[in-house]
Each structure stands twice: as structure tokens, then as C-alpha cells.
Write a protein that binds this ligand. Structure first.
Ligand code: NAD
Length: 492
């Protein structure tokens, strides 16, 4: 932990407790689970393993706080969300340090995540005025009015790849809409969400935001099955999405939105400025920032045959310049994978790629040197000569592994781009905008970049087609997904 040792030790204090009804609480069963630093493989501390009875307490607390919270002026709710965003900015370094040691993402990138989350929270706070109703024309003597009302208690379940980013920005819309909520961070990375609990306690009435920690099968399942939770939002894998749909039905009929995985194509036409497109392929793959562990990563790169060789040469050179290092080093651009599972899964896929006949063009394992003797580090890995029969072409690896294809036939490349079960993002590179737009029209994905990759834009709806999910976020659609419509028809 180097220079940060003392600070980090102080930040780890109390992380075995959850935030329920404004109080810090251990699991009733006293069960706990360890959280590790993936760069050292050492245990950091324990977090509470919430069971049914803890989830019940959290639901009761959230339900109890609902009446008071929904009564507030929506802008007042927004102000509290913005106050939390301010606290995040003020303590950005603390959150970034916790995420770096808990997830393996670079500390500098994690500071960026905190600032991005805060910007999204402010955006939703400012959207409070969009929670408006309607008056509709009717027969003489009739008045038809339509209101938008919160659901009550919302469950927000988030993944490990951007811990504080998701924990913070995903609670803004449901809160502004007037719901109270229960947040469940990923079991690999519970620390920064719990740290946020300190500021939640200062800013929000007790019970408005509750944080429960634990795994999916126990804690997550208890949440989604709970009959009082009518609205669930998951960011996670496709299998988890299916489990959430199934389990939630045991507790009743619920509104569910799902932000799930991706196996996203980047199609490069031969007319592009090579260096810009190469940079975009590297950024799109999210080698730095989160070691490829991003749903939006453009992990299938389709290069036109005319530019394939030169593009690949520059790509390998550029990827080789990414500074891999310890997550706590401010100079580090690429840290390590978040867990042993992620590491082993990535290495397994690298083996599968080789066995299926793809050509390993770069990376393929752990970086050399004493710095990397421990920890779940994997070099940026590039496979060339990939075709759609291979597993690395179709399955989400969620690690730093990029599959490169060569193409000549336009219709065939569009077909290949669509030939996966996922449909989250896509990137199209060409100077011919008409061609690029026509291609975008044919791509089955919810979020497409033309001459870009990776970046999200506030207010532009993000979400997936096909198995990549249900619903749209980061936009007014997200806010409105947290209200239900009530029509009141009055005979005057
Ligand atoms: P995961 O699905 O394993 O876990 C996500 C969350 O769901 C965790 O908090 C986990 O505890 C919980 N969970 C697991 N099983 C559950 C169950 N049965 N009931 C309720 N909750 C359960 O995902 P992960 O490994 O943490 O993250 C990686 C996945 O997330 C990838 O597939 C990635 O593409 C996806 N993801 C999608 C987006 C997006 O915006 N579309 C963003 C980030 C990550």
C-alpha cells in the first residue's frame, strides 16, 4: 500500500458493517466474507454477508422512509442527491484508493470514475422537473389527469468493474423519482459503496438509502424475491439477468431493467485515418481503466483487408505502450483483473483462442518482472485471424482480450457483427458518414459510435438490444423508468 498505507488502514475501519435504516449493522447471523486486494492477493478485511433477515430489515427501513421521502419536492430530493455528489468529489481520493485496492483498477482512473458518477448524479438532480404529469382532453364535464408516482422500495444491484461509479450514479434516478432504495454492491468490491454510506448518513433521512453487502445467491436473491420490492435494476451478466427475472417472479410481478454484457463489434473501413482509429480501438477495448472488464468494450475488431496488416502493426505497438502497473501508482494506466476468477477465466479464454486456431499477436499472459510476481495481471492480449466459429469471437471474456478479424465483403461483415447473442455497443469507423449511418442502421446494438468508441454522453440513452438487456439509462428514460403512471378521471 506504499505511501497510502495509513490512510487505507483508516478507510478499512468499520467495513464489516452495512447501512440499514441509518445505522451501521453487522449481519444478524454474524456471517461475513473476505474482500481481497487483487494486486497482492491479500485479504483486506471482511464485509457482512447479509441474509434474509438483514434484507428484511433493509426493506422495512426503506418502506418506512418512503412516505416522508416521496412527499418532498422533487427538486429537494435532487438537492440531496447533489449534496452526495459534492461529498464524492470532496473525498474523491478516498473512494479512488478503496476502488484501486478492492478492484485492481488504476487509482487515477478511479478518481475519474468518482467525478463521472458525480456529474451523472447532478444531471439526474437537474431532471427533477421531468417528473411531470398530463391533462388530457375528454368529453365535456370530464377531466383526465395523469400522474407519475414512485414505486416505493427499489433494489439496485451493481457489478465489480466500476465499483463506486455504479454504486453512486445508479442510485440518483430512483431517488430523485421519489423511491427509497437498497443498494447491493458486488461481493468482490463492497468497500467504496460502504464508504459512501458515511456521507449518506449525513445527508439523507434514515432508511432512504440502505446498503447491504453479500453475494448473489444469498443476498441478491433475497432482495429480488422480496414481495415489497416492486422495482429492480441490475447491472451484471446475462446469466444473472435471467436468474433475477426468474427469482423475482417468486415474489410477485415486478418492473425490471437489466444492463447486461456485450461482445461488441468495431468495424473499420479502409478510408480511415489509421492512427485515430488505432487509438479508438485501444480505448474502446478499455485495456486501461478497467483491464477490458467493461460491458461496452469493443472486443471484436473487424479490419478491412486493405488496411488490416498496417492497422494491426500499429495496434500492437500502441497496446504495448500501455503502462501496466500497481493500481495504487498514479502513473499506472492498466492495473490487474478484479479477482482470481476473472484472472483464471481470462487465461482459459486465451487457451481456447489458441486451440481454436486464432493467432496470438500480442500479450497472452502475465507481464514479466518482480512487480508482477503476485496479483491478477494480464497483458493486453490481441488475437488475429479470428473467425465467427471460434468461442473468443462469440463469448464475453470480460478481460483484456481483443479478437481481430479481416473483412472484404460489406454484407458479410455486417452479418458477422450481428452474429452474437449480445447487442450492447458498436463502433463504426469511416470518413463516409452516409455509409457509416447506413451501417449503424443495420447493426443490432443499442449504443453505436461513429468514429469513436467507449465514451458515454450525458443524456444519451444507454442500453442493450438482444441479450444485452432491457431498458435505457443515463438519460431521461432512466428517470422515468422509476415512476409508474396513475390516471385519474374526474366527472366534474
Ligand atoms: P454478475 O452478474 O456476476 O454480478 C452483478 C451483481 O449481481 C453482483 O452484485 C452480484 O452479487 C449480483 N447477483 C449475482 N447473482 C444474483 C442473483 N441470483 N440474484 C440477485 N443478484 C445477483 O456480474 P459481474 O461479474 O459483477 O460483472 C460483470 C458483468 O456485468 C459482465 O457481463 C458485464 O458485461 C456486465 N456489465 C454490464 C454493464 C452495462 O451497463 N450493460 C455495465 C457493467 C457490467
Amino acid at each position: 500500500m506504499g505511501d497510502y498505507g495509513k490512510k487505507i488502514q483508516a478507510l478499512l475501519v468499520g467495513k464489516e458493517r452495512m447501512l440499514i435504516g441509518g445505522d451501521w449493522a453487522q449481519a444478524r447471523s454474524r456471517r461475513a466474507f473476505p474482500t481481497h486486494d487483487p494486486a497482492t492477493e491479500e485479504k483486506l478485511c471482511e464485509a457482512a454477508l447479509a441474509g434474509d433477515e438483514d434484507v428484511e430489515s433493509a426493506v422495512q427501513a426503506a418502506a418506512g422512509a418512503f412516505a416522508g421521502w416521496r412527499k418532498l419536492d422533487p427538486f429537494e430530493r435532487g438537492q440531496k442527491v447533489s449534496a452526495l455528489a459534492r461529498a464524492l468529489r470532496e473525498h474523491a481520493e478516498d473512494f479512488a484508493l478503496l476502488d484501486a485496492i478492492d478492484s485492481g483498477n488504476p487509482v487515477t482512473a478511479m478518481k475519474g470514475d468518482v467525478l463521472m458518477a458525480a456529474a451523472i448524479m447532478d444531471y439526474f438532480a437537474g431532471l427533477a422537473g421531468e417528473l411531470k404529469g398530463q391533462i388530457l382532453p375528454g368529453k365535456e364535464g370530464m377531466l383526465h389527469t395523469v400522474f407519475q408516482e414512485p414505486f416505493g422500495v427499489v433494489a439496485r444491484i451493481v457489478p465489480f468493474n466500476h465499483p463506486i461509479f455504479f454504486a453512486a450514479c445508479k442510485i440518483a434516478a430512483p431517488l430523485v423519482a421519489g423511491n427509497t432504495l437498497i443498494l447491493k454492491p458486488a461481493e468482490q468490491t463492497p468497500l467504496s459503496a460502504l464508504e459512501m454510506g458515511k456521507y449518506i448518513r449525513e445527508i439523507f433521512p434514515p432508511g432512504v438509502i440502505n446498503i447491504v453487502t453479500g453475494d448473489g445467491p444469498l443476498t441478491g436473491a433475497a432482495l429480488v424475491k422480496h414481495p415489497k420490492i416492486k422495482r429492480i435494476a441490475l447491472t451484471g451478466g446475462v446469466d444473472t439477468g435471467r436468474a433475477v427475472m426468474k427469482l423475482s417472479a417468486e415474489g410477485g410481478i415486478k418492473q425490471i431493467t437489466l444492463e447486461l454484457g456485450g461482445k461488441n463489434p468495431m468495424i473499420v473501413f479502409p478510408d480511415v485515418e489509421l492512427d485515430k482509429a488505432v487509438e479508438s480501438a485501444v480505448v474502446g477495448m478499455n485495456f486501461h481503466w478497467c483491464q477490458g472488464q467493461s460491458c461496452g468494450s469493443t472486443s471484436r475488431l473487424f479490419l478491412h483487408k486493405k488496411i488490416h496488416d498496417e492497422f494491426l502493426r500499429r495496434l500492437i505497438e500502441r497496446a504495448g505502450r500501455i503502462k501496466i502497473g500497481q493500481p495504487l501508482d498514479p502513473e499506472t494506466e492498466m492495473g490487474c483483473l478484479a479477482s482470481q476468477d476473472q484472472y483464471e477465466k481470462t487465461l482459459r479464454y486465451i487457451d481456447v483462442g489458441k486451440k481454436d486456431g486464432a493467432k496470438l499477436a500480442a500479450g497472452g499472459g502475465r507481464p514479466e518482472g518482480a512487480t508482477f510476481a503476485k496479483g491478477y495481471f494480464v497483458k493486453p492480449t490481441i488475437f488475429d485471424g479470428v473467425d465467427m466459429s471460434m468461442r473468443i469471437a462469440r463469448e464475453e471474456i470480460f478481460g483484456p482480450v481483443l479478437s481481430v478479424f479481416s473483412w472484404e465483403d460489406y454484407d458479410a461483415v455486417v452479418e458477422q457483427a450481428n452474429q452474437v447473442d449480445y447487442g450492447l455497443t458498436a463502433s463504426i469507423w469511416s470518413r463516409d458518414l452516409q455509409l457509416a449511418y447506413r451501417t449503424a442502421e443495420r447493426i443490432e446494438a443499442g449504443y453505436i459510435w461513429i468514429n469513436g468508441s467507449s465514451r458515454h454522453f450525458l443524456g444519451v440513452p444507454f442500453g442493450g438490444f438482444k441479450q444485452s438487456g432491457i431498458g435505457r439509462e443515463e438519460s431521461v428514460e432512466e428517470l422515468l423508468s422509476y415512476v409508474q403512471t396513475k390516471a385519474v378521471n374526474a366527472a366534474l
